[in-house]
Ligand binder design. Structure first.
Ligand code: ACK
Length: 477
């Protein structure tokens, strides 16, 4: 097993300058950069993030003009790079039309208020005035300006300004500007904003275009690195795919016999794509041991993360943000008719910028008639399981909601063991008789109320994942 030698991201070139003008209430954009379109019969787009095609090593740099050859599918384009004259494939979320805002350093497009706050608060160096502009969440037209500010208690926080567009121009905080750049320059002069925040690299849903539908990966393309951790049946290694992309590889331990289980986990993961759920990149299943190749999450599992120094730094707003990400991931799972059956902080992974994702789909199943009955699995986690799952082996989205409530308790107590000091068998008995976990002082009242709504005895009366997402999205301290 060698050292991981994935390449560092390619350095970026300066952005192209675009001027926005308002005409009859619409923003039109005139490119002032020399992005000559070589063949006007074909559409030209701009590369907004550096990207390296793993199979050929071809590089696309931020700012390159790319002429579209054809749209391979909803997510991939075949393009001619007009800067390097090379042909290659690039994900669509790495490019944009040359005449859109997306090309700007400061434009973050469809970023929610919460995501904007997460992004600004997790910049490497926090400075007053770091900013971004995004589409407004609530309005059909218009934008929002999100800015990092510093209060008298020496705490950073994010403020948001609505940007409206009408016949007169661009309106922010009752001042009118004729262009977005003019507004930005004026805000810079007044010291309200300073530098644009660092744009995050978009998520890679496939390792490359050839592995979009082809799940089988070649073992030789994976260079295994350090052991990230291990469970009862499997260990997880950091690995580098084709010298270009860091991934995590789940490998069954030699003595284990659950190869079919690992392949079943992969087949569940193939059914979804969502930012709150760990991405499966592929499998190596032709020979033993089977590999499950998934996205690498830099900060490991949430339970350990909450309990160590990094967890201590998390504020209530960060915990709320994590609660939203997990409930919206569960909402997506529900929409695919899947139950997770083992939702807990130990099965949530943490990446940079407080991004969290649900992992470990080993017990997940496809629902039939909205339920899954299981008389075989013996290793269910009692403290996380709903009474009907324990006593009748009946699993539904609502039994996942119960587990989500226990997960919330772990989250808002920075990793406390649920029902502290009470043994498993005692918990089962007491919960059956109506007992529910008490509220630790550290948990806010309204968050505890929500937990109780997850722990209603009758599954039908429990809150839904969509209501949970709405509650945490709107939550403010
Ligand atoms: O806290 P950890 O390092 O995070 O210990 C557990 C261990 O493997 C067993 O699950 C780690 N792990 C699992 N999947 C991943 C992944 N995709 N990225 C990073 N670490 C992972 C987990």
């Amino acid at each position: 097993m060698g050292n991981i030698c994935c390449q560092d991201p390619i350095q970026t070139s300066p952005p192209i300058i675009i001027e926005h003008t308002v005409k009859a209430g619409r923003v039109s954009i005139v490119s002032t950069a020399s992005t000559a379109i070589k063949d006007s019969s074909r559409r030209v787009v701009s590369c907004i993030y550096d990207y390296r095609e793993a199979r050929s090593g071809k590089k696309f740099r931020k700012g390159d003009s790319l002429q579209i050859y054809n749209e391979i599918d909803d997510e991939w384009l075949k393009v001619l790079n007009l800067s390097t004259k090379q042909i290659g494939c690039i994900p669509k979320n790495y490019v944009t039309e040359e005449t859109t805002n997306e090309i700007q350093e400061w434009f973050l497009g469809h970023t929610s208020r919460r995501e904007a706050e997460r992004l600004l608060m997790s910049q490497e160096t926090l400075t007053k005035g770091l900013f971004l502009i995004r589409y407004s969440e609530n309005k059909e037209t218009g934008y929002a300006l999100s800015v990092l500010d510093f209060d008298d208690k020496d705490d950073f926080h994010v403020v948001h300004f609505q940007i409206a567009i009408n016949q007169n121009g661009i309106l922010i905080d009752s001042s009118v500007y004729s262009t977005l750049s003019e507004a930005i320059n004026s805000y810079k002069r007044n010291g309200i904003i300073s530098k644009p925040c660092q744009k995050p690299q978009p998520h890679l849903w496939d390792l490359d275009v050839s592995h979009k539908k082809q799940w089988e990966l070649s073992r030789e393309d994976l260079q295994l690195g350090e052991l990230l951790g291990e469970g009862n049946f499997a260990k997880v290694h950091l690995a580098c795919w084709k010298n270009s992309t860091k991934v995590a590889v789940k490998i069954l331990k030699e003595q284990s016999v659950s190869t079919d289980g690992l392949l079943a986990e992969a087949s569940i993961m193939k059914q979804f794509r969502h930012p709150g759920l760990l991405t499966l990149y592929g499998v190596c299943s032709q020979t033993e041991p089977v590999y499950l190749v998934v996205e690498y999450m830099t900060n490991g599992d949430l339970l350990n993360y909450l309990r160590n120094d990094d967890g201590n730094k998390l504020k209530l707003s960060d915990l709320v943000d994590m609660a939203v990400q997990i409930s919206s991931g569960m909402q997506h799972l529900e929409s695919k008719n899947l139950v997770h059956r083992d939702l807990a902080a130990r099965n949530v992974l943490v990446a940079n910028n407080n991004i969290v994702k649900i992992s470990d789909f080993g017990l997940a199943r496809l629902l039939q008639e909205n339920r899954y009955n299981d008389n075989f699995t013996s290793n269910i986690a009692y403290k996380w399981s709903a009474p009907e799952a324990i006593f009748f082996r009946e699993f539904t989205t609502k039994s996942d909601v119960w587990s989500y409530g226990i997960f919330l308790m772990e989250l808002f107590t920075y990793g406390m063991m649920p029902y502290p000091g009470i043994r498993n068998d005692e918990v089962i008995r007491r919960v059956r008789d109506g007992y529910r976990m008490e509220k630790p002082d550290i948990v806010p009242d309204d968050v505890y109320n929500i937990m109780q709504m997850c722990w209603k005895e009758k599954p039908k009366e429990r809150i839904s994942f969509s209501e949970l997402t709405n509650f945490f999205n709107e939550y403010s301290e």
